[in-house]
Design a protein around this ligand. Structure first.
Ligand code: ADP
Length: 420
């Protein structure tokens, strides 16, 4: 095992595992903290998916440390702390708190923070995060139900979350290549900085940053930061023959789409699917709270659709989300939906459903936890960052496409099935 990662949510972990696989590493993704005796097989890269993005910071720190210790005990040379490419966090954490704890755990040398993911339009310039053509704070992330992002300046955002001194390596340095970036890292360390935001607007930037970070024990960022890291191991002669492309042996059986994301892309995907004739059931957290919508009623509805792949969704526009949150509280509204979709998925497995397309990071975490999926093979990519996966370790394998809310093209719900 060479390169390992602790990811703060499931879809992000999948996305990272996919990046590492694409760059030629044999990659296994584990859901939750792996047991001490977990069999990683011949994995060169292991990504541990936690569900720690929005839990209390102290819990996120404890979980992340435990995962990190399991991975270093199993031989990991370098650890990535993976978070969202839109830097999803609040002033309480959890990016800064977890990075700080892992930084101390892994020896206290300088680390970097780079959420850039150019293929998905996330770029960092002069420390500011852009989502497509918009600053983070103008993007739909300003209305995220759990982690609204209202400041695009990552140095400022991160400094609020950690006692480590936060620095910045700008594009002027990054574009000069890995030697200059490495020199900037050394200077930052001399200035007493513990973590530096690093600008990146292209994949070439990420490769140069990756090369400069060859010796870092800890690296933090979005999945993009992993683009340049496998090459360091290849150069050192440590990587085996190419890749994990094993093809996907997807189980055959019934399929369903569960969408708990309210992100713009998911809402578009829902509406495109409905326009194309997909039978759809909309969930309202208020109905769930009042017992008007139940696990039974949703399962019965899904089972009644026999001539198409049904869509169950709670995806709503920001105004509806606010209304539900005002009535129920932010966390409770989210939990009601997550819990219901998890239970529905669980009940559907006993009715022969074995292909699940799930939209939403937190939502996917809830579903996978309830289905007791421990580890995943990474299969073909539907859209950038979203592969089909097949569960390992379960008696009845499941095909799962776990989509981060904002990922995927408009016809994602329709097109995804072509690959299985
Ligand atoms: P994304 O990947 O888009 O961030 P997530 O699933 O991670 O999606 O987060 C969306 C959160 O919003 C979840 O906790 C979900 O349960 C909650 N949620 C979903 N629908 C609604 C709704 N209609 N009102 C309030 N909260 C909702």
């Amino acid at each position: 095992m060479l390169l390992c990662a602790v990811a703060d949510d499931l879809t992000g972990a999948t996305d990272l595992a996919l990046t590492l696989a694409r760059e030629g590493m044999r990659t296994v993704q584990v859901v939750g903290i792996p047991p001490a005796d977990f069999d990683y097989g011949d994995a060169e890269a292991v990504v541990v998916a936690l569900k720690s993005r929005t839990i209390p910071a102290a819990e996120a720190v404890a979980l992340s440390l435990e995962a990190c210790r399991r991975l270093t005990a199993a031989g990991a040379e370098q650890i990535i702390f993976k978070y969202c490419s839109t830097f999803d966090s609040t002033p309480e954490g959890n990016i800064g708190s977890v990075a700080e704890a892992l930084h101390a755990e892994l020896g206290g040398a300088l680390t970097l923070a780079c959420p850039a993911f150019p293929a998905n339009g996330r770029t960092v310039y002069r420390g500011h995060l852009f989502v497509g053509d918009m600053l983070l704070s103008d993007s739909p992330m300003k209305d995220h139900p759990l982690t609204p992002m209202t400041d695009p300046n990552l140095v400022r955002v991160l400094q609020q979350q950690t006692a480590l001194k936060v620095g910045l390596v700008t594009r002027d340095t990054v574009e000069k290549g890995s030697d200059e970036i490495g020199a900037a890292f050394r200077q930052a360390a001399e200035r007493g900085e513990g973590i530096v935001i690093v600008d990146a607007i292209t994949d070439d930037d990420l490769r140069a940053i990756g090369q400069a970070a060859a010796g870092m024990r800890l690296i933090t960022g979005g999945s993009g930061i992993a683009i340049g890291l496998p090459e360091n191991f290849r150069r050192a002669g440590k990587l085996g023959a190419n890749g994990t492309e094993k093809g996907l042996a997807a189980p055959k059986g019934k399929a369903v789409i569960l969408a708990g994301s309210c992100s713009t892309a998911t809402r578009r995907q829902v509406s495109v699917a409905i326009k194309a004739g997909t039978p759809a059931l909309k969930l309202d957290p208020l109905d769930i709270a009042a017992g008007r919508t139940t696990v039974d009623s949703v399962v019965d509805w899904v089972a009644s659709i026999t001539d198409a792949i049904p869509l169950v969704y709670s995806s709503s526009d920001p105004e509806d989300v606010r209304r539900a949150q005002q009535a129920l509280g932010r966390d409770r509204a989210g939990e009601l939906v997550e819990h219901l979709l998890g239970e529905v998925a669980f009940r559907l497995t006993s009715l022969g459903y074995c292909r699940f397309l799930v939209a939403g990071g937190e939502t996917s975490g809830a579903v996978v936890n309830r289905l007791d999926v421990q580890a995943l093979f990474i299969g073909p990519e539907i859209d950038p960052g979203v592969p089909w996966t097949v569960s390992i370790g379960r008696e009845e394998p499941l095909a799962l496409a776990l989509k981060s809310g904002n990922f995927g093209g408009d016809d994602f719900f329709l097109r995804a099935w072509d690959l299985v």
